[in-house]
Every structure is written in C-alpha cells, then in structure tokens.
Design a protein around this ligand. Structure first.
Ligand code: PA5
Length: 465
C-alpha cells in the first residue's frame, strides 16, 4: 500500500465557489476522459516499461557499486531531462547536507549535477574535484546537445591532461541511446563504459531509466524500491480508467478543466518538505515541455499548455504567497505534503513571560510546518483560490518512485485531453538548431544567418548606459 492521497477537495465549486470545478463540468468531460484513458493504455509509451525492468536496475546497481569503490566525486554531465530527475532524486532521498558529510556515513561519492554550462560554474567545479578520484557520467539521449557535448569535451580534456589518454577512459561513463547518435559511436570506438536510454523514452520521462538511476544508486539510494513505488502506481493507473479511482487521470482531468474552463493557466507546485523542492523543478519541465505546444494533433494552432511554477513551503509564505492569495485568479496551487518527517525537532520551552515566544515551546518544528501548510491551504481556499494536495505518508524511495510516476502519467493523460503530442519538443529543438548554427556546426548555416539577421533587425530599441 502506497498510502499516497491526491486530495482535490479545494478544486471544487463547493470549496472555492465560482473558481472551482462543477459536477456538470466533470460530467461533460466524461467521454473525452474515457477516450484519453484508452489512448494512453494503447499507446506504446516507453517510459511505462521502465519500472518493470529490474534487469536494468541490476546492471545499474553493479556498475554503481563498482564506481562507489573508486571515486570520491561523481559528476552528472547532463541538462534538462538528463539532469533534473537526478537532482530531484538526490535532494529527496539523500541527506540534506550529503556532500558535506564524511564518508561514512555518506553512502557514496559526493554528487555534482551542474545542469548548466556557465563557465564560472564549470571552472569552479574543476577546482573542487580531484580528477584522480572523479567519475563523470555524460548523459545525452540525442548524443548531440551542445551544452552536454561541450562539457564532455572540457572534462575529458582535463582528465587527459591529468591522467593521460589511456587512463582517462575509466573516468567516464556515457548514458545515451543504445543505437543512434554520435555519443554511441564514440562509446563504440573509444571504449567508454556506457548505459542505454531506450529509444522510445524522452529526456523528461527518463528519470527511472539509467539516466536517473545511476547517480541515485551511486549515492546509495535503493533504486529497486524506487521502481517498486512506480510499479505500484502503474498498477493503479492500469486498473481503472475511472475518475476518482485513477489518481493520475483525475489529476489530468481537473487541471485540464482548471485551465480550459476556469482560466487558471498557471499551476504552482508548492512542497511543504525541503526534500521535495527539486521534485517541483523536475515537474515544471515535465508539465511545460510536454504540454506547451503550438499545434494540436490535427495541425491546428492552439498554443496549449498550463504554465508551471514552483514555490517552497514555508519559505515562500514570506515571498510570493501574498500574490497567490490576493492577486489574479489565474493559478492553481498543488501542495506536496508529508505526514512523517525523518526527524523530529522539539522546540524547547523558554521565556515564560513573553506571549509571542512561549506558546511555541513544547511543540515541534514538525507540528509547525504542518500547521503552516494547513493554514496556507485554508487561506487560499477562503480567498477562492483553487488548490489541491498530493499527500505522502513519508519521503522514501517507494513514495518518491510513485510520486514521479503519478506525475508522468498525469502528464500523458493531460496530453490526450489537450490533443497534443506530449512527447516531442519542437520549440526546444528550434533553439538547439539556432545554437548549432551560431557555433558553426555543419549543415546549420541557414540557422546562423537567421539569428544574425534577427539580431540586426532588433538592434535599435536598446537603452545603453
Ligand atoms: O526533456 C527533454 O527532452 C530535454 O530536456 C532533453 O533532456 C535535453 O534537451 C537534453 O537532451 P539530450 O538528452 O537529448 O541531449
């Protein structure tokens, strides 16, 4: 039993008045929902096979075990879908100050996932890792993303300078498509260790493939339990195509109605557990890149999508919450809550004569964070601001595996409701192609010229100081 609850009460008209979904709206969506559920069931969705592949998990675990024994730092060289899942798993399931811990109790090498090519960031990373004791995991599905390849070249060069051409090979593991792409070709020709990303799994749906599993296993996360949680959620989704039985389908239906019928074109994910802050980041990419599409499946221009955002409880109560409570009625907030934290921190009683201080004594930080979440939830509801909550009993491998899979399935169902392809990213590809042109990649001259012309055309509307 996962004991994970997706609570939609505060999205309904009874709770938030005219901004909530009505029974009639849900009934009207019925046929579309049945069609969406059937389409997802019939579609050969690669990411759905991942939790059912314990052989891959075994292979990853063996490699991870071997890596743990021979390095002190592990660097994931990826971006977007090749990095955000790694970061989410790390912050959810490892010690909050993991890299600062001595080893043991640290369960593996220090982990770095720069997820960027900022030169200062990359140079600084090279300053703090010992190349003799570092393994770089280059992760790219396409095997050609400029950010990843350029970082690969920088790190490889540093390794060769330090260890020599022959020895540098053992410090690199490449995770890429099993057949296609130049990185796979490089693996074959130059003998780097490698893991596959199934051809039918896109970046943002790849967290439960070797993409996310290797860094998780290397840092001591139990990847078999992670997959077990996803398997349980998958079973729930397969079991029923009905609203209120299938949590991912219900989530997709309500968020779709929030956007299309209620004008809530923004969804903010707000975890009330520091460990889940990067799950919100991962979700932003998943929801945005999957649903943000110019055309629907019939080729009609629709500019679909609900803009995701993230906030963190309780920190953002003192930042953006004022806007959520009193600003425009354009958002829905999805809370992530946790019943049981890993630790309990008592608040010691003190200063009995001071009313603003003394009432806290004898409680715990656990009680306070839960109280603040309930308070925020009610304040939003009373202000007519729709919100829902995914309630986890605790943050562990199984619940996190289930949560990530739930959100992936919700996205797949939502893609059907919007009638768009949730699994491509033509906009991102366009940006990549302009970059290739600017950086002189063969075959992309026309793209370079387009960028140069556009820059000239816009050059007069600037304030120079
Ligand atoms: O989700 C996606 O498809 C993207 O974010 C990709 O993961 C990202 O662009 C990196 O692409 P690739 O792994 O193909 O190099």
């Amino acid at each position: 039993m996962l004991n994970l609850r997706y609570d939609f009460n505060n999205l309904m008209e009874e709770r938030v008045g005219e901004h909530g979904v009505t029974d009639a709206e849900l009934r009207a969506l019925g046929p579309k929902l049945v069609a969406a559920a059937s389409a997802v069931e019939k579609a050969p969705l690669g990411f759905r096979k991942l939790p059912h592949d314990p052989k891959l998990a075994d292979e990853v675990a063996v490699l991870a075990n071997e890596i743990q024994g021979r390095c002190d730092s592990f660097v994931v060289v990826g971006i977007g879908g090749s990095a955000l899942g790694n970061i989410a798993l790390h912050s959810a399931l490892n010690h909050p100050e993991y890299n600062q811990l001595p080893r043991p109790p640290r369960r593996g090498p220090r982990l770095f996932v720069p997820d960027n090519i900022d030169p200062d960031r990359i140079a600084a990373l090279l300053e703090v890792v010992d190349l003799e004791n570092t393994v770089f995991n280059v992760v790219s599905k396409s095997g050609s993303t400029a950010e990843i390849i350029s970082e690969f070249l920088v790190f490889r060069d540093a390794l060769i300078k330090k260890l020599g051409t022959e020895r540098h090979v053992e410090r690199i593991v490449i995770t890429t498509d099993p057949e296609r792409g130049e990185l796979r070709e490089i693996v074959k020709r130059f003998g780097y260790a490698s893991l596959p990303i199934p051809s039918d799994v896109g970046g943002r749906f790849s967290v439960l493939s070797a993409v996310g599993l290797l860094s998780a296993a290397v840092t001591g996360i139990d990847i078999h339990k992670l997959l077990k949680g996803a398997v349980e959620m998958d079973a729930l989704c397969r079991k029923s195509k009905k609203l209120w039985e299938n949590p991912a389908l219900t989530g997709a239906a309500l968020h779709y109605l929030m956007d299309k019928a209620k004008g809530k074109n923004i969804q903010v994910m707000m975890p009330y557990a520091h460990a889940l802050r990067d799950v919100a980041d991962w979700f932003c990419q998943l929801w945005a890149e999957s649903l943000g599409k110019r055309v629907d499946r019939a080729g009609k221009t629709v500019h679909a999508g609900q803009t995701p955002g993230k906030a963190l409880g309780v920190s953002d109560q003192h930042s953006v919450l004022q806007l959520y409570l009193e600003g425009p009625f354009d958002k829905v907030v999805t809370f992530l809550t946790v019943e049981e934290f890993r630790t309990t921190v008592p608040i010691p009683p003190a200063f009995p004569g001071f009313e603003a201080v003394k009432y806290l004594g004898g409680h715990t930080l656990n009680e306070l964070i839960r109280a603040e979440q309930r308070a925020t939830e009610l304040a939003l509801t009373q202000s007519g601001k729709p919100n829902c909550a995914i309630r986890l009993p605790r943050v562990d491998e199984e619940t996190v595996g289930a949560l990530l899979y739930l959100l992936e399935m919700q996205t797949a169902y939502a893609g059907e409701l919007y009638n768009i392809n949730a699994f491509d990213q033509p906009g991102v590809e366009l940006g990549k192609n302009f970059t290739y042109g600017l950086m002189g990649r063969k075959g992309y001259d026309a793209k370079r010229r387009e960028v140069e012309q556009a820059s000239k055309a816009n050059s007069q509307w600037v304030v120079n100081t």
